[in-house]
Design a protein around this ligand. Sequence first.
Ligand SMILES: N[C@@H](CCC(=O)N[C@@H](CS)C(=O)NCC(=O)O)C(=O)O
Length: 209
Amino acid sequence: MTADVRIFGTVISTYTRIVEITCQEAGLSHETIPTPAHAPKNRHPFGKVPVVEVDGLELYESVSIVHYLDNSHNSGALQPNDPAARAVMDRWIAIANNYLFPLFEHGLVMPWIMHNYMGAELDRAKIDRALPNISRALAFCDAEIANDGAWTNGDFDLANIFLYCVLRGVQLTPQGGVGIAQCPHLSAWMAVTEHRDSIRATRWESEPD
Ligand SMILES: N[C@@H](CCC(=O)N[C@@H](CS)C(=O)NCC(=O)O)C(=O)O
């Protein structure tokens, strides 16, 4: 039987997982078809993943995809009703996408992926250059979540999904694991979130049980 949602993405991918978690939360069956970002068959016009097929639509860009899935199949349960809380959620999604992901991905996560999975020499110089800014970003997140233990209004929403996936990639690197362990509030939130069913169901193969 065909899955409700067909996700074309790479197997270890922050944004593919964001879509997978949203499917899980919305009770949608999903199938991930391994598709490298720069493969000619990838239909994203800017060479990114994921691209999604759902309800006869082809969607790309995770923000657009997850809003569609949540609005069409989950009664918007992953978005606060209150406009002020929704603005805060949108701000966190923007922070995750515009500042955290590029910093973490290029400075730390990708050098380790290239090293662990592609046999490339570890680019230690690149990691060393990025670490001070990564530490500052983690400290910012730690201070923010320290306020009341939540990013938005306390419910698990789309911001939680983006932030968890972006931070989890960092946590799985040696330097990122140490950096997050030094942020007590952030580590506590990661530890609780890790047990959520949708998060457990979408674990990367590289993640320990
Ligand atoms: N703005 C895109 C970003 C997607 C993205 O950066 N995906 C990564 C994988 S997690 C990718 O395609 N990387 C390949 C590259 O940038 O060359 C979205 O939200 O869907």
